[in-house]
Write a protein that binds this ligand. Structure first.
Ligand code: NAD
Ligand code: 0WE
Length: 258
């Protein structure tokens, strides 16, 4: 394979908060592979962070606001994209949120509002951005989202996020079916735990990293570089026959029965 498998490709990146973000790990790998990127940021709080990181790929790297829970933000973001690129090839969706209290107590206590918010931001948003991106993917494309094993097995305290990830993984399959005829592929990477902003707020997260080191077949945790390489694989022609799938990058943890 060429050293720049994504040369000439344009990618949209949703979900960079800082340099530890999974989205940033994959964006760096996409850029190294030759892709031109356009970034969103969630709100004013993250604007400077994302602008600064994006500028490491050149001062002209486009960056625009988009809160994925707002249809008008999504419409404006894609209008911005149309002004910057003649077509889009790649889309990374690396966004999730549930109200903090929903990740603390018991799942049975999940409120209607916490359930709604978790599903809106963590699952529906993939559908919304895929629908907006598809007409711009005039030469086909690859859409990649991030999931977690809590979608298929009970991980204590992951709670409503697990249910939202199950909806996300099912959405990947239905989107793959709808967009397949346009040569647009849709896949999820189910990552083992990574020490990011979204993870650091979770009590016991350090113990979870240690548990993977002790019990995963590879006896270590996954790195951002490995997730980047997986992101390049799913974006490039080497994965041309793969769509609708959830691929595990978890040091093998999910194959263990005990
Ligand atoms: P992160 O905090 O760096 O990224 C989460 C991103 O979601 C942030 O950039 C945040 O701005 C964005 N976001 C939240 N609500 C949003 C909204 N309304 N509109 C737009 N953006 C919004 O954390 P991360 O760990 O890199 O998370 C990225 C993805 O990876 C998530 O889908 C997460 O579930 C998934 N994931 C994380 C881990 C882990 O252990 N860190 C493991 C598996 C999967
Ligand atoms: O998807 C995630 C975390 C996503 C997330 C994180 C937060 C923290 C701050 C969603 N919403 C919020 N809301 C906040 O207020 N992961 C895969 C990381 C994660 O989170 C866990 C985990 C793992 C792993 C929570 C409980 C148990 C395990």
């Amino acid at each position: 394979m060429s050293s720049q498998p994504l040369k000439g490709k344009v990618g949209l990146v949703f979900g960079v908060a800082n340099k530890r973000s999974i989205a940033w790990g994959i964006a760096k790998a996409w850029s190294d592979a030759g892709a031109k990127l356009i970034f969103n940021y969630q709100g004013d709080r993250l604007k400077e962070n994302v602008e600064e990181l994006a500028a490491t790929f050149g001062a002209e790297t486009p960056v625009a606001p988009c809160d994925v829970s707002r249809d008008e933000d999504i419409a404006k973001f894609f209008d911005f994209v149309k002004g910057k690129a003649p077509k889009v090839d790649l889309l990374l969706h690396s966004v999730a949120f549930a109200p903090k209290e929903a990740l603390e107590g018991n799942f049975v206590d999940t409120t209607r509002e916490a359930f709604r918010v978790a599903h809106d931001i963590s699952a529906y948003s993939l559908v919304a951005v895929s629908r907006a991106a598809a007409p711009l993917m005039t030469e086909g494309g690859s859409i990649v989202t991030m999931s977690y094993y809590g979608a298929v097995k009970v991980v204590p305290h992951y709670n409503v996020m697990g249910v939202a990830k199950a909806a996300l993984e099912a959405s990947v399959r239905y989107l793959a079916y709808d967009l397949g005829p346009k040569k647009i592929r849709v896949n999820a990477i189910s990552a083992g735990p990574v020490n990011t902003l979204a993870a650091r707020g979770i009590s016991g997260f350090g113990a979870m990293l240690a548990h993977y080191e002790a019990h995963a077949p590879l006896k270590r945790n996954i790195t951002l570089e490995e997730l980047g390489a997986m992101g390049v694989f799913l974006a490039a022609d080497g994965s041309a026959g793969i769509t609708g799938q959830t691929l595990y990058a978890d040091s093998g943890y999910s194959v263990m029965g005990m």
